[in-house]
Ligand binder design. Structure first.
Ligand code: NI
Length: 193
């Protein structure tokens, strides 16, 4: 395993439509392992192959919700359900920038797993958001293209390593998104009753 360089900002690979993976061979398995190590090292909650300079249809997600890591090869969202919800997003390829993006609350995804076997998975909430964000990367779409309220999250002590701060920010963002979801569910319940 090796940590790969994360491509940022204007790197053209981030804007290309990624290619289907025809064969889940050893080079793809190596790429998956490297992406996993790179994502956890960053740290991030998802990573798409173009973000490490490989224009292929492969994404990984682990949002720390206890469901663990998921690998999606040639993923396709075949169904979206539930309300469209707005939530705050950031991206390892657009460092320091955050914004609000509208996403479906629930998605059904068809893909191949790392053994090349066809899988169908459902995801909700923040995991569904992360999957939609990562699949956008395969189309050359960055969250800043579709976000509102884009803003910088400043790291005031620029000389200090930002890792802890980033993790705190990430945790509070996740918390914020969860609370918004609960609020939404409560208000839905109220309407129903
Ligand atoms: Ni991203």
């Amino acid at each position: 395993m090796a940590i790969r360089k994360i491509r940022i900002d204007e790197d053209p690979v981030l804007r290309k439509k990624a290619r289907e993976i025809r064969n889940v061979d050893d080079s793809i398995k190596k790429l998956i392992d490297d992406m996993i190590e790179t994502m956890y090292d960053a740290p991030g909650v998802g990573l798409a192959a173009p973000q490490v300079g490989i224009s292929k249809r492969l994404v990984i997600v682990d949002v720390g919700d206890g469901q663990g890591l998921q690998v999606f090869i040639n993923p396709r969202i075949v169904k979206t359900e539930g309300p469209i919800e707005e939530g705050c997003e950031g991206c390892l390829s657009v460092p320091g920038i955050y914004g609000d993006v509208k996403r479906a609350f629930k998605v059904t995804v068809k893909a191949l797993n790392r053994k090349g076997k066809g899988i169908t998975l459902e995801a909700t909430g923040f995991r569904a958001r992360a999957i939609q964000h990562e699949i956008d990367h395969l189309e050359g779409i960055l969250f800043i293209d579709i976000a509102t309220n884009l803003h910088k999250m400043d790291n005031k002590e620029k000389d200090e390593p930002p890792e802890d701060l980033f993790q705190d920010n990430l945790n509070s963002l996740i918390e914020d998104i969860k609370q918004k979801r609960f609020k939404h569910l409560e208000s839905t319940d109220t309407v129903k009753s």
